[in-house]
Design a protein around this ligand. Structure first.
Ligand code: SF4
Length: 197
């Protein structure tokens, strides 16, 4: 059987153990996000939308973009957006580039909630602080490759990371950004770049 959850296979294969470890971490995200949602009387996706709006530029703050970002249908995101509008946490803004469309932005109250909720995953960052720089670099490099692979396989959609950017170049293993006109060390690679194209 080709399952990473099959203990016979898992205990003899590091890659399977890593898959199971990632599942545990995704479970931690789910639990932490759920706790944060309950605290605010919102759903997990509504909290994710508020945090996304807090840190991303206006042209990305559209229902269709959010649906891609969170790998959900437009109808599901629309429902959450309606509820956030009704609660006065977000507001609609006309899109000057497209009169049939609109972007959304946080209200003052929405900004307050988003800022308070934005560190919900900080307890996942804490154990990483006790690792060496080399260990963190190896983890980051491996995760970037996994995310890139999942993106190319069509499992997850938008990734604003260097490996999927038109400005990215790799010659003989050296990362380079044509926009920044600069070599990038592994730790300089971006996972959510505002300049990603
Ligand atoms: S730093 Fe940003 S602009 Fe440059 S290659 Fe990476 S994602 Fe693209």
């Amino acid at each position: 059987m080709m399952s990473p959850f099959d203990l016979n296979r898992q205990n003899g294969k590091l890659e399977s153990k890593i898959v199971v470890a990632l599942e545990r971490i995704s479970e931690a995200f789910r639990v932490l996000l759920w706790d944060e949602s309950k605290k605010n009387g919102l759903s997990p996706i509504q909290i994710q939308i508020l945090i996304f709006l807090l840190f991303h530029t206006n042209e990305k703050c559209k229902v269709s973009y959010l649906a891609n970002e969170f790998n959900m249908t437009k109808a599901t995101v629309s429902d959450s957006v309606k509820l956030l509008l009704n609660k006065g946490l977000i507001k609609k803004m006309d899109d000057p580039a497209d009169t049939r469309s609109y972007t959304i932005a946080l209200t003052e109250e929405g900004k307050f909630t988003a800022e308070n909720s934005a560190n919900f995953a900080i307890s996942i960052e804490k154990p990483l602080n006790s690792l060496s720089e080399e260990q963190n670099e190896a983890i980051f490099s491996g995760l970037m490759k996994i995310i890139d692979g999942l993106n190319k396989a069509g499992v997850i959609t938008i990734q604003r990371m260097c490996f999927s950017c038109m400005h990215y170049q790799n010659s003989n293993g050296q990362h380079y950004c044509k926009l920044l006109q600069s070599k990038l060390a592994t730790t300089d690679l971006r996972i959510d770049c505002p300049e990603h194209q």
